[in-house]
Write a protein that binds this ligand. Sequence first.
Ligand code: ADP
Ligand code: MG
Length: 697
Amino acid sequence: MSGRPAALFPLFAGLETLPGIGAKTAKAMEALGITRPRDVLFTLPQGVVDRRPVAALREVVPPVICTLEVEVLAHHAARNRSGPTRVAVRDGAGVEFTLVFFHARGDYLQKILPLGAKRLVSGKLELFDGVAQMVHPEHILPPEEAAELPRFEPVYPLTAGVTQKLMAKASEGALARLPELAEWIDPALMAREGWPDWAAALRAAHRPETPGETAPTAPARQRLAYDELFAHQMTLALARRQARHPKGRETKGTGALARKVLASLPFKPTGAQLRASAEIAADMAEARRMNRLLQGDVGAGKTLVAFLALLNAVEAGGQGVLMAPTEILARQHHEGLGALAEAAGVRMAVLTGRDKGRERTQKLADLAEGRIQILLGTHAVFQKDVVFQDLRLVIIDEQHRFGVNQRQELGAKGEMADVLVMTATPIPRSLALAQYGDMDVSLLDEKPPGRQPVQTALVSTARMGEVVAHLQKAVAEGRQAYWVCPLVEESERVDLASAEERFVSLRAALGEGVVGLVHGQLPPAEKDAAMADFVAGRTRVLVATTVIEVGVNVPAASIMVIERAETFGLAQLHQLRGRVGRGAAKSTCLMLYQAPLTAGGERRLAILRDSEDGFRIAEEDLAIRGAGDVIGTAQSGLPRFRIADLEHQAGLMALAQTDARALLLKDPALESPRGAAVRALLWLTEQDRAIRLIEVG
Ligand code: ADP
Ligand code: MG
């Protein structure tokens, strides 16, 4: 494809090409992620300062930012080097006040504030010893130039060496070179939403005429956010098309193995499990490659759905692999699914980083020759020398940390393999679309019946004694408990120390042999032993760092204690709590916090106390923390948006996805006039990957 359209060149030139921006400012702006005029355009003001002049001082109540026309009465030079210069002025109603300047040089002040002249001054008016004064007004201009002061001055994000004035100047410079671009948004959508065209939207966003124009709901903001989300969704739609290339053959099961397995279960699958299984089976049976996300709350029963999908691959004469994020989980899947594999009569094995030597060699040979039909494991299953005879399905369990690129790399292991990703935690719809928009989605929105609600309580660490006494009593009644120690410090060592310390104190309180300890630093064999002891009920309390967070399933455990709960994310707490309430017994979750809680901290924990609905918790978490924090942006594969705000503009994301997928269906090579305009948008938003993918489609 031809390169970046020439019309965009001025926006991708150096920053110094903008009037008034020198090399030093350009360097400073890098800290804001601004290296080209394009970036200036996409860095929108966060708010406005009201600079509308008031007629007289008495109309405002200090402290306040205000703009007044004054007459200059007198200059009072600084009494010493560090003292201020004071300029006495008088407002239109005859009230006097003072302008204060520190370190004024030479006759600079005489020049900008000549005696007897009228000037418009704008800045923060404060009372000092009962006298009104304005220290270093931000604007001083002759009344005839009043038009130069915007009524609502945009407020940009700043960094050292970059002032509001510089940002305003840079944005004016960039606005002056806006190219004429054909419209890429569907005209019907534009009309329905009342959105301005691209150039008009940028002008409106940078030159707000009312405070409301910097709100996420302002039409110009919406339009620009939509551009960004739409460009992102175009990339995902193109990636989806790429991922769903024809795999050459269909993976069709007979359902015979699934029937055997379901008959062997002590419970009936939920409607949601059956629905998801059917969606997956239908997708695998197609000649296109499956690229699907299975979303379901903790305890919704994703593992069974995954296993049934693996059986499809086996029934079709192929193999399937299920990758878990941790060793413990991989082994637990192996144990938990053992009975089902036996019922189905399929050969299953587990492979992790711990497999070494002869045993590993044997497993690899069994895989290559098809003697192992289902492989469970950690990321070790994707090592180079792991070769399958006929890999038809790749399932990635309990991870939301992979981006689109990484998922595609994993899929590349089996050129022909279908891909199913299972999320550990429900995530809000807008984020799911941002992160998994390249995939199709199956939702497990129903939990197995008969689950007892988990009673959740917030308890100050000051009441640690009571908590331990409660635990003693519960253990005496034969119950089992997790005790989760937090990530107190960055350093794992400190972390560990806190878990070990807690282990020692609980052992002292509850007795030798009753308490186990598991954490990431333990040698593998000890980790296994600690888990096995707890599963078998030999230990009654398991002290753990967050290694147990994902997926561990011990139905007999009915108490979850989380220390320093306020330091965890909501989704993480929800995951941890999901470890209990899996059996018939009434379950409890105690969230210990270090008082005093901040207002925000209290609100967060209260949400968790009051709800067990993972989707609701996720939405609330997003509302409180913002998108970047809900899933750590850098490692999550979630893109950083410059303009779009997923919290307040969530609806736009779904719209963008539908629109992008529809456009690609109508115009696969982006050759129509609108298609060509969209290409320009992709260049403008630097979706280089998308541009490469247009061709391969
Ligand atoms: P998650 O979706 O969190 O991975 P799991 O697959 O670990 O959940 O399932 C949680 C528990 O629920 C397991 O003990 C599993 O055997 C059980 N389970 C799964 N499906 C059902 C069902 N339909 N009815 C009853 N229990 C079920
Ligand atoms: Mg699971």
